[in-house]
Each structure stands twice: as C-alpha cells, then as structure tokens.
Design a protein around this ligand. Structure first.
Ligand SMILES: *[C@@H]1O[C@H](CO)[C@@H](O)[C@H](O)[C@H]1NC(C)=O
Ligand SMILES: *[C@@H]1O[C@H](CO)[C@@H](O)[C@H](O)[C@H]1NC(C)=O
Length: 252
C-alpha cells in the first residue's frame, strides 16, 4: 500500500515535470520577431523596414502587425501602421501617405517600406506581431534608422578639393624632386671637371694625395675652391701640420 502511494507520487512528479517542460518550451518557441538592428538611408530614399516572424501556429486572420515609431529625442512609441487581414497605412501625420505594406503573413513577413525618407525620420521603428494563440515569446523587435542628407555633390566637391589642394601639389613636388635627383648631379660633376685643370696649371699637387702634403703649402685660392668633400681632408692636413696654419690664414 505504502509502496503504491510512493509509486503514484513519483509518476505525478514525472508527469508534472513533463507538462512543465512542454509548456515552458512552447512558450519560448511561440513567436519570434526579428528586424535588422540598424538601417542607414539617404534623404529621399525609399527604405524597406524589414521584419520577419516565426510562429508555432499557422498565421490566421487573427494575426496582426503593429509598427510604432519612437523619435531619437525619446518619448513613448507612436503607432503609425496596423495590419490585420488588410493594411491600414497612416493617412496623416509624420508618415502620412509614405508607408506601404510589403509583408506576406503566410511567409512570416511583416515588412513595410517608408517612401521619401526625411531627416526627421531618424529614430527607432518597432515591429510587433501577434498571432493568436501565439502571443508569448518575443513578439516585437526594433530597428534604429538613421537618415543622412544626400551628398553626391558634396562628395564631388570633396574629390575636387582633394585634387586641387593635395594631389596636384604633391604630384608637382614629386616631379620637382625627381627632376632634382638627376639634374643638379650633372652640374656638380661639371664643376669638378672644371676645377681640376685650374689646380694643375697652378702647379699644385691634387688634394687627393695627402702623403705629398709635406712639400705643399695651401694657398687662399685653393682653400676657397675646396668643396665640402675636400674640406675634411683639408682639416686633417691642418691638424698634422699646425705650423702651416698661421701662414695659410695670414695670407687670406
Ligand atoms: C519628398 O519630401 C519632400 C519634403 O520632405 C517633398 O518636397 C517632395 O515633394 C517629396 N517627394 C516625393 C516624391 O514624395
Ligand atoms: C538624423 O541623423 C543624421 C545623422 O546622424 C543627422 O545628420 C541628421 O541631422 C539627423 N536629423 C535630425 C532631424 O536630427
């Protein structure tokens, strides 16, 4: 007798658990509405506010869709579109004449489109679907819409500014630098070429032979002719022969 009662309570507990899990699961999987989190559009565009739903029950005539709008500045959501067997688009107000029903309840689609978007249409769009008896779960979802001013002319002027003030000057500078890389080198070589015979005609040894510097005394002309490359050699010469230094400088 006692054993039978214990068995019955166990059975009851299992049954309760089973019923609870079935109801719990069916609640979670009842209706699920999804929309894109964000949408971006330009002024004057036709924006499709996409909304899809899945329901464990087949959509019937009782199925209904509500679209609400909450401005960026906040405040309570404002109902602007209703569907129940047929669409009831707004005839006046902010969205008057600008909403078209794009949905198809049989395919789980409750989308609408917003015609001629304006900068004032920034805000949150909430799609709410009920499909009795499926009214639990997550029956609504929202999309944040941002409408930006249409700017193809601004983009063009941006490109123009970029071209005239950045690309063109930098191109010219690049060309100038490339030109300088080759042209002044030629001139430098030429000046070197012209200088050598002068030194030779003056009967002086070339500066490139430092070991011969003992017998050589630098003249002012030579000092002025020394270019930056030879200057180092000149100073090493000066260092090794400090006695000549005074002579050279006094002559100048
Ligand atoms: C779009 O909206 C602007 C004002 O926001 C209006 O001047 C224009 O006529 C509208 N265009 C269409 C095609 O509805
Ligand atoms: C809507 O958002 C865009 C982008 O942030 C902004 O340029 C525009 O001014 C906003 N419109 C209003 C009415 O605040």
């Amino acid at each position: 007798m006692c054993r039978l009662v214990a068995g019955e309570t166990t059975l009851n507990v299992v049954l309760l658990l089973y019923l609870f899990s079935v109801f719990g699961l069916s609640r979670v999987s009842a209706i699920k509405v999804s929309t894109p989190a964000e949408l971006h559009a330009s002024k004057g565009d036709t924006v499709t506010l996409s909304c899809t739903f899945t329901s464990t029950s087949r959509p019937t005539s009782k199925m209904s869709v509500h679209w609400s709008y909450r401005p960026e500045t906040g405040g309570p959501p404002l109902l602007f579109f209703h569907f129940s067997s047929r669409a009831f688009p707004p005839l006046s107000g902010q969205f008057g004449g600008r909403i078209q029903w794009q949905g198809s309840p049989a395919r789980g689609d409750a989308s609408i489109s917003l015609i001629n978007a304006t900068l004032n249409d920034n805000g949150t769009y909430i799609c709410d679907v009920t499909n009795p008896p499926d009214v639990y779960g997550s029956p609504n979802s929202h999309t944040v819409l941002t409408v930006t001013p249409k700017a193809p002319t601004i983009r063009f002027s941006d490109v123009a500014v970029l071209l005239t003030f950045i690309l063109l000057p930098s191109g010219l500078i690049t060309l100038f630098l490339i030109g300088r890389m080759f042209w002044p080198k030629k001139q430098h070589n030429q000046s070197n070429y012209h200088r050598s015979p002068i030194e030779v005609t003056e009967g002086e040894e070339r500066v490139t032979y430092p070991q011969a510097a003992k017998v050589r005394s630098a003249t002012c002309c030579e000092v002025y002719l020394l270019d930056s490359e030879d200057e180092d050699e000149y100073y090493t010469l000066k260092k090794s022969h400090p006695r000549h230094e005074e002579y050279v400088e006094s002559q100048c």
